[in-house]
Design a protein around this ligand. Structure first.
Ligand code: UDP
Ligand code: MG
Length: 316
């Protein structure tokens, strides 16, 4: 019998978790040929999420939980899940039912046929989401696909079912600054995409503010593309050439027409403009340097404070 591990990163999900658990039990019942187990990752929740996890684990041996020492973010929670998932097939699912559990049987069927190594899901609608958020999300996917070689599909969710070999590869990609959507695309493997309609969260609220998402998207770009660095160098090159001609122009004009002192305003604006461009480029370089700094420190992605799995990697 093949084992399926469902990784569920949870941050303040005490209300959603029981609903999610029930839904999964329903789906597992329809899959008697699989050994479905749940791996809950408590990402430093401030509510009763851990208590709910413990209760579920006490009454159901298919439930394993991992509890972090603090909030490390969804990326770290997913990574901890990948490091500790033992199933032949592994999936990541949100606790809020936005990743429909009903899709699981279909996903398993696709992997069984052995034509694919993973089945990924994407939302084809963004209904129920603030329009401004959808707009920026679309822009982000457009930009990142232009400038990086990680193939990131618009509307892609982290919800995907993978074979264990692929999961091992993801664990091998131990970079500190993680952007899983990019990593999934970057490592390749044969992936089938399943579209589905957006579902609204069952309980609780989203953990992503607009700014958190904006920062996350910048992380994605810096992690998977060097294009901003090229933009910085090309801007520098362009301005150097322009200034060369400007100097030439000023010298020739001096020789032909003499030197009337004028143009204070334009000089100041040019200085301000160049200063701004310089700071922007330094900022871009700084972003990459900061990432390198964090990468070089080799800090762990997560620290487990409590778990009911004795074999779990406590730090990883
Ligand atoms: N999550 C997490 N750590 C965080 C933020 C979120 O583990 O710091 C989990 C959260 O509990 C949920 C999933 O990641 O299971 C997706 O979060 P959310 O539903 O808030 O994001 P959205 O669906 O709005 O993009
Ligand atoms: Mg959600």
């Amino acid at each position: 019998m093949k084992a399926v591990t469902l990784i569920v990163p949870c941050y303040n999900e005490e209300e959603a978790l029981p609903i999610f658990y029930k839904a999964i039990c329903g789906v597992a019942q329809k899959l008697p040929e699989y050994n479905v187990s749940l791996l809950f990752v408590n990402d430093g929740s401030k509510d009763g999420t851990l208590k709910v996890m413990k209760e579920l684990a006490a009454k159901d041996e298919r439930v394993t939980y991992i509890s972090f020492s603090r909030n490390f973010g969804k990326e770290a929670a997913m990574y901890a899940g990948f490091c500790n998932a033992k199933g032949d097939y592994v999936a990541v699912m949100d606790a809020d039912m936005q990743d429909p559990p009903e899709l699981l049987p279909e996903m398993l069927k696709i992997l069984e046929n052995d034509e694919y190594d993973s089945v990924a899901t994407r939302r084809v609608t963004r209904e129920g989401e603030p329009p401004i958020r959808s707009f920026f999300a679309r822009m982000f996917y457009k930009i990142i696909n232009q400038i990086s070689d990680a193939d990131i599909v618009d509307g892609a969710r982290d919800f995907r079912l993978m074979k264990q070999e692929m999961v091992k590869t993801i664990v091998e990609m131990g970079e500190y600054n993680r952007f899983s959507k990019g990593i999934f695309g970057w490592i390749g493997f044969r992936t089938k995409w399943l579209p589905f309609e957006n579902v609204e969260r069952v309980a609780g609220e989203t953990k992503w503010s607009f700014w958190k998402l904006f920062k996350y998207s910048l992380d994605g770009i810096v992690n998977f593309s060097q294009a901003p660095l090229s933009i910085a160098s090309f801007t520098g090159l362009f301005l150097t050439i322009v200034s060369f001609f400007a100097v030439l122009f000023v010298v020739v004009r001096r020789l032909i027409f003499g030197d009337p002192v004028a143009g204070w305003a334009s000089t100041v604006s040019i200085i301000l403009f160049i200063g701004g461009v310089q700071l922007l480029c330094m900022g871009i370089i700084g972003q990459y340097l900061a990432k390198t700094y964090m990468e070089v420190k080799k800090r762990p992605h997560y620290i487990i404070a409590e778990t009911n799995d004795d074999t779990a990697h406590r730090v990883g």
